[in-house]
Design a binder for this molecule. Structure first.
Ligand SMILES: Nc1ncnc2c1ncn2[C@@H]1O[C@H](COP(=O)(O)OP(=O)(O)OP(=O)(O)O)[C@@H](O)[C@H]1O
Length: 281
């Protein structure tokens, strides 16, 4: 028997707002320590799903469980950390004071040791007394993630955690998410930045019009697009070829007297797949 329940498990989840069915039977799971990207256009039902996981709205039917407990229950909420896209912490609080305040709000008994450990984790260990108002956006975002980690949650729900950051800040947050995975914390990442999701997520779930339209690893969701080989005569695309065909293709070209300069495996991006499945072109 598997001892560890999924961080998030959703079965045939439906949510109706009047005549509008925001979720039409969604099944998905996020395993322990898994980093899953949730993608979908505006109005797809992503926020509704996250609100149900947090217990902020109830489902019309179906089930949602956080670490094995019914979403909305005290046990589920204790196993959950959440950071909204547009959070705003009071400017006058220091990093340490902010965490102290949130420890009280979530009932964490971790004390100074937990705060120190989390500030170290998000690379703010050197500046516990820095006030929020004197922090860069990237530092505030990392502080937000530390705040969401209070109380040792099993699942973090993060809304657009990198969209307001510059490339260096994005990379730092990406690395932080990878560290969380190493600690067994699962992350459901809601983002429109497909390239970010592609770089960091173990799995991607695409949702459109209230339904899951695709799920898989970023590699599985990016189609093969052939092999491009550049010889002395220029670049040529072998559209039906895959990586396994490369040795044979190169042998044949060399035998035919051509010099091979470059070989590229062409993949369509996650973005191509996304646009095909959810529309938007
Ligand atoms: N409280 C509500 N009352 C009525 N309809 C709602 C309510 N909340 C959401 N909806 C509708 O449910 C559908 C799904 O909305 P939801 O906010 O979950 O989408 P989303 O994927 O999170 O979109 P976005 O990316 O814009 O946040 C939409 O058609 C929306 O208008």
């Amino acid at each position: 028997m598997s001892a560890v329940p999924d961080a998030l498990s959703v079965t045939d989840l439906r949510k109706r707002y009047g005549a509008n069915e925001a979720l039409k039977g969604v099944d998905l799971r996020v395993g322990e320590g898994e980093l899953v990207g949730l993608l979908g256009p505006n109005g797809a039902g992503k926020s509704t799903l996250v609100k149900i996981a947090c217990g902020l709205v109830g489902p019309s039917s179906g089930t949602a469980e956080v670490a094995g407990a019914k979403a909305g229950s005290a046990a589920a909420n204790a196993a959950l950390g959440y950071l909204a896209e547009l959070f705003r912490f009071p400017d006058w609080l220091s990093a340490d004071e902010l965490l102290q305040l949130h420890q009280k709000l979530v009932g964490s008994r971790g004390g100074a040791a937990e705060r120190r450990e989390l500030l170290e984790l998000v690379a703010l260990g050197d500046v516990p007394d820095r006030r929020v108002g004197h922090m860069s956006k990237g530092m505030q975002q990392r502080l937000g993630i530390a705040q969401a980690m209070l109380g040792d949650p099993k699942l973090l729900l993060l809304d657009e955690p990198t969209s307001a950051l510059d490339p260096a800040g994005r990379r730092t947050v990406r690395e932080l998410l990878e560290t969380l995975r190493g600690r067994g914390v699962a992350v459901l990442l809601n983002s429109h930045l497909l390239s970010e999701v592609e770089l960091v997520c173990d799995r991607v779930i695409m949702i459109a019009r209230g339904e899951v339209v695709a799920a898989g690893t970023p590699a599985e969701l990016s189609h093969a697009g052939g092999i491009e080989i550049t010889t002395g005569r220029g670049a040529r695309l072998f559209a039906q070829a895959t990586r396994e065909d490369i040795p044979r293709l190169v042998r044949e070209l060399v035998q035919a007297g051509e010099d091979v300069y470059e070989i590229r495996v062409i993949r369509s991006s996650l973005e191509d797949t996304y646009l095909e499945l959810v529309g938007g072109r």
